[in-house]
Design a protein around this ligand. Structure first.
Ligand code: FPP
Length: 252
């Protein structure tokens, strides 16, 4: 299997995924968009298992964007039901596998039950260390940056930080999950080439991978393909290739 070609010493620590294409997958089969989301949940389950088996440290999944609130009410309701269903039925297995659940986004907009279950899942799995599974729900990248700016302005107002000393590290410390590393690899399914307001701050140097596979069809083999592609790349972080290969960055 292709997974055996993966180099375990060059795995991305953090993989983020834009799970796109549920609607088109369903429409092509003459089924409803909501059926597409149901099939998308199957893919989500399979990919969480696969990421864990492959030794990924952090997996962030874009489950519901702040813009998704503007979809037809019936679709929003169904996505919220799916979130509740997932949190009710999957957290036992996730917890057994030592996986820690995190949530990023504006949880205050979620229905009461979803919010309660999400908080309970985060709480219950807090000490797990095998993998971190981070759900971006009611999440927008610009919103996250605005929320961080607001927190910093308040801190400055109270004299807790000096605006002159604000730097990237301090700013990043006010984002939703400051303890997680930036994504090394961002995968987008569904044949579109857009970032769609996802992790805007964190993806400054992230490797991008797009595939035509619609999210409901995405499985471990596709994840392995993306990881193999990642391992063929040279990450330069603004340096020249020669500098990277000679290890100049580490020596300073
Ligand atoms: C994009 O497909 C996908 C979403 C908006 C939601 C992702 C949801 C799941 C994977 C199901 C599990 C859900 C939760 C909340 C745990 P799209 O509808 O934009 O597809 P399209 O671009 O083909 O219309």
């Amino acid at each position: 299997m292709a997974a055996s070609r993966l180099r375990s010493d060059r795995l991305p620590r953090h993989v983020a995924i834009i799970m796109d294409g549920n609607g088109r997958w369903a429409e092509r089969r003459g089924r409803s968009r909501n059926e597409g989301h149901h099939a998308g949940l199957e893919a989500l389950r399979a990919v969480v298992r696969a990421a864990h088996e492959l030794g990924i440290e952090v997996l962030t999944l874009y489950a519901f964007s702040s813009e998704n609130w503007n979809r037809p009410r019936s679709e929003v309701d169904e996505l919220m039901r799916l979130l509740v269903h997932y949190l009710r039925t999957e957290v036992d297995e996730v917890h057994r596998n030592g996986i820690r659940i995190r949530m990023i986004g504006r949880s205050d907009r979620l229905p009461e039950e979803a919010r309660r279950l999400a908080e309970a899942a985060v709480d219950r799995t807090r000490d797990n260390r095998e993998m971190t599974l981070c759900f971006a729900v009611s999440y927008g990248g610009r919103q996250e940056i605005v929320d961080a700016a607001r927190a910093l302005l308040r801190a400055a107002e109270h004299g807790e930080i000096d605006p002159e000393r604000l730097d990237e590290k301090t700013f990043a410390g006010s984002l939703y999950a400051p303890d997680l590393p930036d994504p090394d690899l961002l995968i987008r399914t569904g044949a579109e080439l857009r970032v769609s307001n996802f992790l805007l701050w964190q993806i400054a140097y992230t490797e991008l991978y797009a595939t035509d596979v619609m999210w409901p069809d995405f499985r471990k083999g596709h994840l392995v393909e993306a990881l193999l592609d990642y391992q063929r790349r040279e990450r330069r972080f603004g340096l020249t290739g020669a500098q990277v290969r000679s290890g100049a960055a580490e020596r300073g």
